[in-house]
Design a protein around this ligand. Structure first.
Ligand code: SF4
Ligand code: FES
Length: 370
């Protein structure tokens, strides 16, 4: 089989869209996969083998909440046997001490823990789950005792941006080696929540300044990865490390995507692992090749010196904002839509009373916490 691209480094396995939380910032699609459409254990195990054979090194087990899968321990074991480095992306709500020990015995390499807020009031409100923060903190004790390498993932938005200093303290208290301070990215459910979640420009600037200072102060103690508020930025992020370049996503029902929001680009057709091998999909699926490299770009990207730095930004964002996935990401200062996007961001940020639209999956709807 002819190869079209170097192999991916990482695969995100969305094991399920089920989740005990209902965060309005969730990037899962609004149309979520039902439990009875999820792939079974054997199919996932085959996919992990195929991923390792393709050259994938890191497997991110995600969701929804991956712990909602009863076979999670078996899946971790299989992934390790395939030679993959395993990272569990979890809210930790629903993880028991016994299950964490089983995951440790299965060889789980790393835990990435989401943090909705730094106290119960904020965290339970954002997660839409009363008592969630206390359960998370309990699980953190077990994670620490077992000694899993830990990364904290703090999704930051207008309501919790002021909690960043405390989030950095919490990360250190938890013994995390790394914290990802990720300003909400507006895909999936989050796109429905731009009025409620958009940070103000001032907040975005304060967060950037705080991260810069904290990186200096905590050098050697805590690594801080930072995803700035791109609606308030002048240059876009290099989304997914470049389309079809370093990673791929597999959805709960087996569709293989170049990024988690790719289904929002209506003309793309995706293959499923039930029908084709992962290698065939990676190299030959038309959706993967649609925005690979730089050949697909038009101006201003095509003649821009940054085109191999950011690969024109995020295709899904270009689709969501201006309805053209092949356009320059409107975050970019060179895009004709940049000013309009910034004005739009300020309008969203000014909607101070906008309510959360909580993520609800079939069969998992919860009463939002007050
Ligand atoms: Fe990136 Fe395109 Fe903007 Fe240049 S014009 S900085 S390649 S998004
Ligand atoms: Fe799809 Fe950025 S989320 S390219």
């Amino acid at each position: 089989m002819a190869q079209t691209a170097p192999p991916p480094i990482a695969m995100l396995a969305e094991l399920t869209h089920r989740c005990p939380l209902s965060c309005p910032y969730c990037s899962n699609p609004v149309e979520m996969t039902r439990r009875d459409s999820e792939m079974d254990t054997d199919t996932w195990v085959r996919v992990f083998d195929e991923a390792a054979a393709l050259g994938v090194l890191q497997l991110h087990l995600s969701g929804g909440e991956p712990a909602s899968r009863r076979d999670l321990v078996t899946l971790v074991q299989a992934a390790r046997q395939a030679g993959l480095y395993t990272n569990l992306i979890t809210s930790a709500i629903g993880l028991t001490e016994q299950r964490l020990h089983e995951l440790d015995a299965a060889g789980l390499d790393h835990v990435q823990l989401s943090l909705q807020g730094t106290d119960a009031v904020m965290a339970d409100k954002v997660g839409g789950y009363r008592g969630g923060f206390d359960r998370k903190m309990k699980a953190v004790e077990w994670i620490k005792q077992i000694g899993f390498p830990l990364t904290l993932n703090f999704v930051l938005h207008r309501h919790n941006a002021h909690q960043l200093p405390r989030a950095l303290e919490l990360a250190q208290d938890m013994g995390a080696r790394r914290i990802e301070v990720a300003t909400v990215q507006f895909h999936g459910w989050a796109l429905q929540n731009r009025d409620a979640l958009m940070p103000t420009r001032e907040q975005a600037q304060q967060v950037t300044q705080h991260v810069t200072e904290a990186r200096k102060a905590l050098k050697g103690t805590l690594v801080i990865d930072y995803v700035p508020a791109d609606y308030h930025s002048d240059y876009p992020k290099r989304c997914m490390g470049g389309w079809g370049t370093t990673g791929l996503n597999v959805t709960p029902d087996g569709q293989v995507l170049p990024c988690h929001a790719a289904q929002s680009i209506p003309h793309l057709r995706f293959d499923r692992v039930q029908d084709k091998s992962l290698a065939e999909i990676w190299h030959h699926n038309a959706a993967f090749n649609a925005y690979r490299g730089t050949g697909w770009m038009s101006e201003p990207c095509q003649s821009c010196e940054r085109k191999t730095v950011d690969f024109g930004g995020c295709r899904c964002q270009a689709m969501a904002i201006i309805g053209d996935a092949s356009a320059t990401d409107p975050v970019c200062i060179k895009s004709p839509h940049h000013k309009q996007l910034q004005a739009q961001a300020n309008q969203h940020a000014a909607r101070v009373d906008a309510p959360f639209v909580y993520r609800t999956a079939p069969g998992t709807a919860r009463e939002p916490a007050e």
